[in-house]
Write a protein that binds this ligand. Structure first.
Ligand code: APR
Length: 241
């Protein structure tokens, strides 16, 4: 008997899901660019750039301590849970690429998650780049556990820095059969270019968002509504196909 690997059959599909702040909005986490979003209340240049950190590190640490306290208490919603169920039940590959620094995908049970903008639950040494679990209240005087220098910062990718996992993501996009973008405004690159990149390699593309994003014209299909409704509906549709 000749064995055939599922991956060699045409039936084996690879889905790449890109998520943004909109998927966590109904868990009580603010988005960035909605009218009551974080960038309407805080100065992006002051709290989300390396220059802002050099100018006033205490203010930056305080901002992420405040956000970390909120994220720690947040619970995954029906959209995160539906995606974890998809990864568990889909007869193919499901990869999650998230711009979110929260851990709601993991709390929902997703395992295959790439945090391209880092994780707020982790600290990073600005000198040696060591990464470790952050205390809820990070302090500027915290020392790196590896090099012992006092150069602690949040493990969050700021504007002007290079996101994580870009080689892995490029490979996922090249092989993707389906690219789904959920809850992102399509205004921050490189993530805003992922749908076009996947489409260029032959993937079908779908946008699930509250409203049309800045790049909705790139997608083959768009569905608009709150993530807690439209994401479980899409997952049900896919699993029952
Ligand atoms: N369901 C679905 N989509 C929603 C919901 C919801 N309940 N609420 C808001 N949205 C949509 C908004 O319509 C918007 O298009 O989510 C999107 C959120 O967009 P942004 O606030 O720009 O967040 P995001 O795209 O993730 O930002 C990208 O910018 O500041 C940086 O590093 C930060 O990772 C972030 C990056």
């Amino acid at each position: 008997m000749q064995c055939v690997r599922l991956e060699d059959l045409d039936l084996f599909k690879r889905i790449v899901i890109l998520t943004g702040a909109g998927i966590s909005a109904e868990s009580g986490l603010s988005t960035f660019r909605d009218k009551d979003g974080l960038w309407a209340k805080y100065d992006l240049a002051a709290v989300a750039t390396p220059e802002g950190f050099r100018r006033n590190p205490g203010q930056v640490i305080d901002f992420y301590n405040m956000r970390r306290a909120i994220v720690t208490k947040a619970r995954p919603n029906a959209a995160h849970i539906a995606l974890a169920g998809l990864e568990e039940r889909f007869q193919g590959e499901v990869a999650l690429v998230t711009q979110n620094t929260d851990d709601l995908h993991e709390k929902a049970g997703s395992r295959n998650v790439l945090h391209i903008h880092g994780e707020i639950s982790k600290a990073k040494c600005a000198e040696c780049e060591e990464i470790w679990p952050a205390p809820i209240e990070m302090n500027l005087s915290d020392a790196c556990p590896k090099c012992f220098r006092r150069a602690t910062r949040p493990n969050v990718v700021w504007f002007g820095e290079i996101p994580y996992y870009l080689d892995e993501v490029a490979e996922l996009l090249r092989r993707a059969d389906v690219l789904v973008s959920i809850g992102t405004s399509g205004q921050v690159y490189p993530a805003a270019g992922f749908a076009a990149e996947a489409a260029g390699s032959g993937a079908e593309t779908l946008e699930l968002n509250l409203e049309p994003s800045a790049i909705s014209n790139v997608f083959d299909r768009c569905v608009y509504g709150p993530a807690t409704r439209i994401v479980p509906e899409w997952v049900d549709e896919l699993l029952s196909a």
